[in-house]
Design a protein around this ligand. Sequence first.
Ligand code: SAH
Length: 262
Amino acid sequence: MRMSEFREYLVSAADAIGIRLRPDEVDLFCTYKELLIERNKLMNLTSIKDDLEIAIKHFTDSLTCLLVAERAEFDSVIDIGTGAGFPGLVLKIMAPSSSAVLVDSVGKKVNFVRDTASALGLDGVAAIHGRAEELGRNAEYRGQFALAVSRGVASLPALCEYCLPFVRKGGIFIAMKGPKAAEEIDAGARAAAILGGGRPEITRLTLPYGAGERMLVVITKEQATPNGYPRKTGAPEKQPLGLRVQRPEKSPSSSPSNRPLG
Ligand code: SAH
């Protein structure tokens, strides 16, 4: 596929979701896409290799965040589990005066994001190799961001514990989800309440070119996250907040886990 076709797909797909891209923004996305394809030959950054799919499922999907967060409203953004920079680096390109912190627990992905930001001439991008659970306890990052975002990282309750600690009061967390996340909302709402978040607000949308349904779950930070959250590495996923505990109806000895096998 010619470069210009990627450009045309991206521009028309962004247009279809109501976002008009400027030519200088499109130039940056084209270079980003080229760097992604090059580095993806050396390491596994994305399983999506087709230009049209990259235009829609990575770039346009990332842009959907701007439907719920106006560019002018965020001066700072943190992306947890950014991978190859989606959605965080895309948002930074669209809001160049914001400061962006892009976090991943895999060092080589972080290196790609850092190299790409510098190749694109973007200032104010910190690509950080680390885990949300540790960074969220660090005063340099905790409670500092107008916007936290995450895509493809964890279930909503775990994601709330990863992301909400970073958001300052009045800021928002956007969880980028597919339609199946409807079943995570109740537990996510209870987790959010524990972590200082308000009620989740849901925006549903359809990506163009048949790329499917999406759900943006937006949670406003209402109170500071209590000390003790995020819990230690692994706990948010292994013991997610907000699940309803099933109390055994009979005595504990008759619960399935205590029953002898065979
Ligand atoms: N957001 C990107 C990548 C999704 S893959 C995209 O949508 O394309 C999930 C990424 O989250 C992986 O790169 C993984 O290394 C990272 N990750 C998972 N748990 C994490 C944690 N607790 N802290 C930081 N990064 C994490």
